[in-house]
Design a protein around this ligand. Structure first.
Ligand SMILES: C[S@@+](CC[C@H](N)C(=O)[O-])C[C@H]1O[C@@H](n2cnc3c(N)ncnc32)[C@H](O)[C@@H]1O
Length: 276
């Protein structure tokens, strides 16, 4: 088969024809323009075989990001693997909120802690934007290996630490704590749909209706925040009211929620005024 025929074959099999082009570019080692223009006329047999396998896996629903081994976040190409959550564009709102807080707080470089870093997407974006050091934690060693690859690739000023939420944090206080923790309820039907079927459950699911990890982070944050420091949390679209109530009950002030581009409540946070 010529490259053009292979491309036609794959585009007919996949729900999103653009996925066929992305996989073809990855297997051919050429840019999209060359592929669409029909060069190279033929792929070497091993590359064509790899392409067919990837198309079959994509047709079975495997996420494109895992097949390519890459996903862009905050305009940074990041390595991803099935050990990490695929960074979502909604999570860019968490970065925006963190940047807004950092800008309000002082001209200096804020000390930032990210809990549950996965691929390192959020920590990397913040370290690059603010030219500051970000401490990023995860309980999963394989996820931290992916974050370390991304740290190397982007030469980001990130300290990676392994452990259960605040147990991994260094013994000092931060200006900002950010987290996109697992927040999907264990029996949520979305876990059986789309990319979520292939992503690590430990990155997605939290007990107590999706609130168990959010609750632990809100409980522990005051012991790790400076006065005037903020906690910012991504959460599910229907979780905003409860997260605000939990922040208020723990003593946070200036509690706000921001909506994502789809209009869903997505990131809530509050400022810690006093001593823990
Ligand atoms: C929803 S993913 C977020 C990943 C990444 N920050 C992002 O936004 O793309 C949650 C992350 O929290 C980590 N995690 C889950 N439970 C944890 C715990 N008890 N302590 C630390 N990290 C945890 C998971 O391994 C996963 O990487």
């Amino acid at each position: 088969m010529s490259t053009a025929e292979l491309r036609h074959w794959a585009r007919a099999r996949l729900r999103a024809p653009a996925d066929a082009d992305a996989l073809l570019c990855a297997c051919a080692g050429r840019g999209a323009a060359a592929i669409i223009a029909g060069t190279p006329a033929k792929l070497p047999p091993h590359r064509a075989a790899r392409f067919r396998k990837l198309v079959a896996r994509r047709a079975r629903g495997e996420p494109l990001a895992y097949l390519l081994g890459e996903r862009e976040f905050w305009s940074l190409p990041l390595a991803v693997s099935p050990d990490v959550l695929i960074p979502r564009c909604e999570t860019e709102l968490l970065v925006e909120c963190a940047l807004a807080h950092a800008a309000r707080r002082s001209g200096g470089r804020p000390e930032i802690l990210e809990l549950g870093t996965g691929s390192g997407a959020v920590a990397l974006a913040l370290a690059r934007e603010l030219r500051c050091r970000v401490v990023a934690t995860d309980k999963d060693a394989a996820a931290l290996r992916v974050a370390a690859r991304n740290r190397r690739r982007h030469r980001a000023n990130m300290e990676l630490r392994r452990g259960d939420w605040f147990a991994a944090a260094p013994p000092r206080r931060f200006d900002l704590i950010v987290s996109n923790p697992p927040y999907v309820a264990p029996h949520d039907r979305h876990l059986r749909e789309g990319d979520l079927r292939f992503e690590p459950k430990s990155a997605l699911v939290a007990a107590r209706g999706g609130f168990a990890d959010i609750a632990k982070i809100i409980r522990g944050a005051p012991r790790h925040l400076r006065g005037g420091g903020a906690l910012l949390l991504e959460h599910g679209f229907a979780q905003g009211a409860k997260v605000r109530a939990m922040l208020a009950a723990r003593g946070f002030r200036a509690i706000t929620t921001r909506r994502d581009l789809a209009g869903h409540e997505r990131v809530s946070g509050g400022v810690w005024r006093g001593k823990s």
